[in-house]
Write a protein that binds this ligand. Structure first.
Ligand code: HEM
Length: 410
C-alpha cells in the first residue's frame, strides 16, 4: 500500500527527529522528573536541561535564549496553568494568517481567547466523539485492513512503521481527499509549507466548486463569525493554516502513541491475552498508556505578566514549559504512578493537554489506536514480540515513541 523503505525512512524517531526533539535520547526521563517534582513544582530551566540533557533541542520554540525559561512538573501547577490561558498564552506573537509565513503554528494553535474559540468552533464538530464513526468508516477501517493484508501472509511484521506510522498519515490525508499514493509526499513536505499548500490547493478549489463528504469540504463551507458579527467563508490562507496544523498535529502524534500502546501490551503477553478475550478492556488499556507515557510530554506557554506561581516567581515574557509527562505521574493524583495498570480508576490525565487548547483530534486518535489494535487482535492469531529480534525500546525527549515493534504471529 505504501513504499515500505520510504515510510521507514520518514518515520524513524532516531534519525528524522533527533536534532529537534531529542529522538536519540534513550534514557528514561521519569526518575529525573519525579526527583524534580519532589524538590519543587516549578524550576528555572528547560525540561531537557533539568533532566540532564544538554543537546541543541530547538523544538517547541526552544531554546529561545533571549527569554527566561521555567518548567512545571506537578499536576496542580499544570492544572492551574491550563485554567488561565490569559496569563499563560500559547504564543509570544499575535497570529497573522493573511500576511504571516504559513506554518502549523501560525494557526489557531497559537491564538487565544475569543479569536481562538471562533476558529476552533468551525472544525470542532467534525472531531466530536459522535463523529468517530465518520472517521472510522470513511478512512480508518479500510486503511487498517489494507495494511494488515500487506503482511498477514508472511507471519511476521514490524508494526511501528509498517502499521502504526501509516494509519494516521493515511487517515488525515484521506480526510483531505488526497490519494494514498501521495500521502508520503505530503508527509515528506511537512516542513516545507509551500509544497503542502500546492498539493492541497487543487482540492480546495474542487471542493469550493462542489463540496463532498470530507474535511476540506468542511473547511470550504465553514463560515467564520468575525468580531463585529459579520460572516465570511474561509480564505485560502485560513484554510491552509488549518490544513498545515491538522497534518502536523494528526500524523506523527498518533503514530508514536499507537506504537507505545502496542509495545506496552506486547511486553505484557498475559495482559494482551486477557484483552484479546475481553475487548472492553482495550479502552482503559489505551487511556492508561496515554497517561503513563504520553508521546509529547511537554508543551510551552508564554507568561503575560509577572506572577508568583507554585513557589516560583515568573517574570512577564518568560516561557513556562508544562511537563505533562511528569504531571501524569504525580503521586498526589495517582497511586503507584509508575505502574502501567489498566484496572486503576480512570481519572483524566494531561496526555492530550488541557484547557482551551486541549487536543481537538483526541477522539480521532483514540479511534485510530483502538481500530488498529482490535484489527491486529482479530486477524493475527498468537500475535507476539519476535524473540529473535531487538526488543522495542522507548526513546525520545519531546517526542517519545518506540524504536521498532518486530512481531510474529500464526
Ligand atoms: C495520540 C495522539 C495525539 C496526541 C498525544 C495529541 C496531543 C495534543 C496536545 C497535548 C495538544 C495541546 C497542545 C497545546 O496545549 O499547546 C494538542 C492539540 C491539538 N491536536 Fe492533538 N494529539 C494527538 C492526535 C491528534 C490528531 C489525530 C489530530 C487531528 C486529526 C490532532 C489535532 C490537534 C489540534 C488541531 C490541536 C490544536 C487545538 C487548539 O489549538 O485548540 N491531534 N494535541
Amino acid at each position: 500500500m505504501l513504499d515500505r523503505d520510504r515510510i521507514r525512512a520518514l518515520f524513524d524517531l532516531r534519525s528524522s527527529y533527533n536534532a529537534r526533539s531529542g529522538g536519540d535520547i534513550t534514557a528514561d526521563p521519569y526518575p529525573a522528573w519525579h526527583q524534580l517534582r519532589e524538590q519543587a513544582e516549578v524550576h528555572e530551566g528547560t525540561v531537557h536541561e533539568l533532566t540532564g540533557q544538554h543537546g541543541d533541542l530547538t523544538f517547541h520554540g526552544l531554546p529561545d535564549p533571549g527569554r527566561p525559561h521555567y518548567s512545571a512538573f506537578s499536576h496542580a501547577a499544570l492544572d492551574d496553568a491550563y485554567r488561565d490561558p490569559g496569563l499563560f498564552a500559547s504564543s509570544p506573537d499575535p497570529v497573522d494568517l493573511e500576511d504571516g509565513a504559513p506554518s502549523a503554528t501560525n494557526s489557531m494553535l497559537s491564538m487565544g481567547g475569543e479569536r481562538h474559540r471562533r476558529y476552533r468552533a468551525l472544525v470542532q464538530p467534525s472531531f466530536a466523539p459522535a463523529r468517530a464513526r465518520w472517521w472510522i468508516t470513511n478512512w480508518i477501517e479500510q486503511t487498517v485492513h489494507a495494511l494488515i493484508d500487506g503482511f498477514a501472509e508472511s507471519g511476521q511484521a514490524e508494526l511501528n512503521t509498517d502499521f502504526c506510522a501509516a494509519i494516521p498519515i493515511l487517515t488525515i490525508t484521506g480526510s483531505f481527499g488526497i490519494p494514498p499514493e501521495q500521502a508520503l509526499d505530503l508527509r515528506a513536505a511537512m516542513n516545507r509549507p509551500a509544497e503542502v499548500i500546492a498539493m492541497v490547493a487543487p482540492i480546495v478549489a474542487a471542493r469550493r466548486a462542489e463540496p463532498c463528504d470530507d474535511l476540506i469540504s468542511v473547511l470550504t463551507q465553514a463560515e467564520l463569525v468575525d468580531s463585529d458579527g459579520s460572516r465570511h467563508r474561509l480564505s485560502d490562507a485560513e484554510i491552509n493554516s488549518f490544513a498545515l496544523l491538522l497534518l502536523a498535529a494528526g500524523s506523527g502524534t498518533t503514530w508514536k502513541q499507537m506504537g507505545i500502546v502496542l509495545a506496552t501490551l506486547l511486553q505484557r503477553p498475559e495482559l494482551l491475552a486477557v484483552i484479546r478475550d475481553d475487548r472492553r478492556l482495550l479502552k482503559p488499556a489505551i487511556e492508561e498508556a496515554v497517561r503513563w507515557m504520553p508521546t509529547d510530554p511537554m508543551f510551552s506557554r508564554w507568561v503575560t505578566r509577572d506572577v508568583d506561581f507554585h513557589g516560583a516567581h515568573l517574570p512577564k515574557g518568560a516561557v513556562l514549559h508544562l511537563c505533562l509527562g511528569a504531571a501524569n505521574r504525580d503521586p498526589a493524583r495517582w497511586d503507584r504512578p509508575d505502574d502501567y495498570d489498566i484496572y486503576r480508576k480512570v481519572r483524566p490525565s494531561f496526555a492530550f493537554g488541557g484547557g482551551e487548547h486541549i487536543c481537538m483530534g483526541m477522539h480521532v486518535a483514540r479511534a485510530e489506536i483502538r481500530a488498529g489494535v482490535e484489527a491486529l487482535l482479530d486477524r493475527l492469531p498468537n500475535l507476539r514480540l519476535d524473540p529473535g529480534a531487538e526488543p522495542p525500546r522507548f526513546v525520545g525527549m519531546y517526542e517519545r515513541g518506540v524504536t521498532e515493534i518486530p512481531v510474529l504471529f500464526g
